[in-house]
Design a protein around this ligand. Structure first.
Ligand SMILES: [Zn+2]
Length: 114
């Protein structure tokens, strides 16, 4: 299936190919604060189209994870997870036409791992 994942203002557009069979809800502070709901996919499944200068990166702690967000609207549609830095985590809450609770949600104990 093909999914579109824009940020709020549309400066960033993700195009994702894959089957959304599961989402993960992480209990670490940034995921809770941002409301990030994870769909872990391979790099090859995601195409990122971003207006120049819109895609910003927030890094913290060990700096292994990368939290990408839009400079204009602040929405974070994409992540490089610390435990799988070669993959992407797409924010299910940014996917067009997808109710965030439609895929089964698995809790992820990120708070205990940080
Ligand atoms: Zn935006």
């Amino acid at each position: 299936m093909h999914f579109k994942g824009p940020c709020h203002c549309g400066a960033i557009h993700l195009h994702i190919e894959g089957d959304l069979v599961e989402a993960m809800e992480c209990d670490c502070p940034i995921c809770r604060m941002a409301g990030f709901l994870h769909w872990i996919v391979d790099e090859t499944q995601v195409e990122v189209r971003a207006r120049p200068g819109s895609l910003m990166t927030y890094r913290w702690g060990s700096c292994e994870a990368r939290h990408y967000f839009c400079r204009f609207c602040g929405v974070a549609p994409l992540r490089r997870p610390r435990l799988a830095p070669a993959r992407y985590s797409v924010n299910v809450r940014c996917l067009e036409g997808v109710h965030p609770e439609s895929p089964p949600i698995t809790p992820f104990p990120g708070r205990d791992l940080s």
